[in-house]
Design a protein around this ligand. Structure first.
Ligand code: 5GP
Length: 224
């Protein structure tokens, strides 16, 4: 009886050790970050500042898209610009973690894009639309979910018009998607944090504060 007790105790200890190791690992391994928000909410601007300030900490998962490049966008840096046929082929071959159709164009996160960032021991940032968020929720990626939102739809429309990157048709599609996404984003627990981007600086400060725990995980592991 004594021996059986000792055996049970040791088995208990090893599974406890396993659990403790798991908890310790979860506490030190930085989580990926999913950032979403309506087109024109300011995600790209905030991410650009973040990447500049913490270029050794964060890496951007470069998505695929079938939309045409905008002025100044680089293939392989901003997006992998591709065709519908090529992208569908990749999807059929299981190369994508998630994909969606947004405003008439295909967008998707490939497994390779995320792997590239993880291989550099950086925190992977995924900029996806709301469909992407809902798809990633079904995976075991376990990211932080952050929603960047405009103060109002009127402000969003003005920003999109001032940006002057969209045709009237595309702009209307983006506004319709924004209206729908802002409704969905009210669902309790969908996001870890919602940041209302009234001005860039305070919005950026909040983003940086939210990510501080993950930043420290990377910085302390690279110092050790
Ligand atoms: P844009 O055409 O303005 O660059 O992006 C349009 C929308 O597509 C944005 O909301 C952006 O977050 C989203 N998006 C960009 N890449 C991906 C992706 O890989 N997957 C999904 N689901 N959405 C994406």
């Amino acid at each position: 009886m004594h021996r059986a007790f000792v055996r049970r105790f040791l088995v208990g200890c090893s599974s406890l050790r396993g659990s403790l190791n798991y908890i310790r690992k979860a506490m030190t391994v930085p989580r990926p970050v999913v950032i979403t928000g309506p087109s024109g909410a300011g995600k790209s601007t905030l991410l650009k500042i973040l990447m500049e300030e913490y270029k050794d900490v964060f890496g951007f998962s470069v998505s695929h898209t079938t939309r045409k490049p905008r002025h100044g966008e680089e293939d392989g840096k901003d997006y992998h610009f591709t065709t519908k046929e090529e992208m569908q082929k990749g999807i059929d071959q299981g190369e994508f973690i998630e994909h969606a159709v947004f405003s008439g164009n295909m967008y998707g996160t490939s497994k390779a894009a995320v792997q590239t960032v993880l291989a550099e021991n950086k925190i992977c940032i995924l900029d996806v639309d709301m469909q992407g968020v809902l798809s990633i929720k079904k995976t075991n990626l376990n990211p932080l979910y952050i929603s960047i939102q405009p103060p109002s739809l009127d402000v969003l429309e003005k920003r999109l018009r001032d940006r002057n990157t969209e045709s009237e048709e595309s702009l209307q599609k983006r506004l319709a998607a924004a209206r729908q996404d802002l409704e969905i984003s009210k669902e309790p627990g969908l996001f870890d944090v919602v940041i209302i981007n009234v001005d860039v600086r305070p919005a950026y400060n909040k983003l940086r504060d939210v990510l501080q725990v993950e930043i420290q995980k990377v910085q302390s592991s690279s110092n050790s």
